[in-house]
Design a protein around this ligand. Structure first.
Ligand SMILES: O=C[C@H](O)COP(=O)(O)O
Length: 258
């Protein structure tokens, strides 16, 4: 089955209002408004979501958030409700990123509450999973992915899968310059695709996009994206520079039309 590539830029806690605006403008200028083969998304920090949303509005670039809270609007100081995200036209949210798991100590149970709330609000959820270096060395990669998928998707109905994207991000490859080899990425993606088949259905497994994240750069994008089970990229560092992010989008466009 032909899955539409998704190339998403996770800006993390970077940019200023001005540099973020310039970055978004550069992308809008390069990404065609109609791009059937590739969905392009940027995920700026919360304070800039509205202004970046204004820049990309009506273009081929969507915008998403990097986190959300699971409760409805109310007395939750410092948190952001999914209702606020949809209110400003934001259509996606990254959940379970390894930095939130390991630095902010989010558990699978926390992530699961957020996943369910975001889905109920109609947001596209990019659910991140991935093992630590020590877990890979101890041959626990698949067990970790199983735990994170099972925990993150607990109680999520098959009918929600048109809103779900999985991102495989080996923690040891994030921001380190180390990249999973195409074979390592493909093996993990294949495991995740089989997991979806076992736990849900062949149709869902076939249709769900699985992104790779971890030091994706212009020089490795083509090879990673051409793996059978790699349906896009979640890009951190390289998404902050148009001259690096645009070639990654172009690599996906080239593969989509080849
Ligand atoms: O969400 C993106 C990933 O954490 C990858 O970050 P990176 O491309 O800087 O390694």
């Amino acid at each position: 089955m032909m899955r539409r590539y998704l190339v998403a830029g996770n800006w993390k806690m970077n940019t200023t209002r001005e540099s973020g605006t310039q970055l978004a403008q550069a992308l809008v200028a390069e990404v065609p408004a109609e791009n059937p083969g590739v969905e392009v998304l940027v995920c700026p920090p919360f304070p800039y979501l509205t202004s970046i949303g204004d820049v990309v509005n009506g273009s081929g670039v969507g915008f998403g958030a990097q986190n959300c809270y699971h409760e409805a609007p109310g007395a939750f100081t410092g948190e952001t409700a999914t209702e606020m995200l949809t209110d400003i036209g934001c259509r996606s949210v990254i959940l379970g990123h390894s930095e939130r798991r390991h630095i902010l100590k989010e558990t699978d149970a926390d992530i699961n509450l957020k996943v369910k709330k975001a889905l109920a609000s109609g947001l596209q959820v990019i659910l991140c999973v991935g093992e630590l270096q020590s877990e890979r060395e101890a041959d626990q990669t698949e067990a970790v992915l199983d735990t994170q998928m099972t925990g993150g998707l607990d109680g999520v109905d098959a009918s929600a899968f048109d809103q779900i994207v999985i991102a495989y991000e080996p923690v040891w490859a994030i921001g380190t310059g180390l990249t999973a080899t195409p074979d390592q990425a493909e093996a993990a993606h294949q495991y995740l695709r089989n997991w979806l088949k076992d736990k849900y259905s062949a149709e869902i497994s076939d249709a769900t996009r699985i992104l790779y994240g971890g030091s994706v750069k212009p020089d490795n994008a083509q090879e990673l994206l051409s793996q059978e089970n790699v349906d896009g990229a979640l890009v951190g560092g390289a998404s902050l520079k148009p001259e690096l992010f645009i070639p990654i989008i172009q690599a996906a466009s080239g593969l989509a039309t080849s």
